[in-house]
Design a protein. Structure first.
Length: 161
């Protein structure tokens, strides 16, 4: 298992694509678990201009052209999802866009209800989705890695033992 703080989530996602047991993303947002397309909060343009050294130079060609990306972040989650992947969001983390992180989990499962059994929920987010290979939770609060995040992740992982 690998777990990383938000600035290291891109690394966590990449590493989780290799033969590991589980990948865990916490409040990762843009260039993490959240979709680039249709995202609120931090955009591709924002993160590339602020942290260009996180990406290859060729990624810069998509600044201002997010819709031209040949893929979106759910492909990365899908590459992990033959194993377990877990995405944690915080309801008040608008910059990371929890709704987009949730949609990315759904898209990664490509409608496979066993991989990610998702049903519509209300906008009052505080819930766990632990039944499939892709796990997710949204808790109240802001952008940080909390004991509650760990406890929910551990509950997901223990349910798979």
């Amino acid at each position: 298992m690998r777990a990383f703080a938000p600035r290291q989530n891109g690394t966590a996602h990449c590493c989780a694509g290799y033969p590991l047991r589980v990948g865990y993303s916490n409040d990762s947002g843009c260039a993490g678990a959240a979709l680039f397309r249709g995202k609120k909060g931090e955009q591709l343009d924002d993160i590339y201009r602020q942290f260009p050294f996180w990406f290859s130079e060729s990624f810069g060609q998509y600044v201002g052209k997010t819709d031209a990306l040949p893929f979106d972040q759910h492909y990365l989650l899908a590459s992990i999802a033959p194993r377990y992947v877990y995405v944690a969001s915080a309801a008040g983390d608008d910059w990371a866009d929890p709704a987009s992180e949730l949609l990315s989990c759904y898209a990664a499962a490509a409608g496979d209800k066993e991989a990610f059994p998702y049903e519509e929920t209300s906008e009052d987010y505080d819930f766990n989705l632990h039944a499939g290979r892709i796990g997710y939770h949204r808790r109240p609060g802001l952008h940080y890695f909390s004991r509650e995040d760990w406890n929910r992740f551990i509950a997901f992982f223990e349910s798979k033992q």
